[in-house]
Ligand binder design. Structure first.
Ligand code: F3S
Length: 64
């Protein structure tokens, strides 16, 4: 099963927790907003991505 991850650019306020929790999937652009590096979550990082979803104060991250 693959997991796809998305960041809503309109909701992201640059809290950067996603990047701290899972830098393999979430980078930050020059303004500090999240950029998804791997839209399809690499094997073994599913838990970290779920943590990022839970820890984003803006609820900007969705997975499916
Ligand atoms: Fe943005 Fe949430 Fe990450 S606000 S930088 S998606 S923790």
């Amino acid at each position: 099963m693959t997991v796809d991850v998305f960041v809503d650019k309109d909701l992201c306020q640059g809290h950067a927790r996603c990047n701290l929790i899972c830098p393999e999937v979430f980078d930050l652009d020059e303004h500090g907003f999240a950029v998804v590096l791997a839209q399809e979550v690499p094997p073994g990082h599913e838990g970290a991505v779920e943590d990022a979803v839970q820890n984003c104060p803006e609820q900007a991250i969705t997975i499916k």
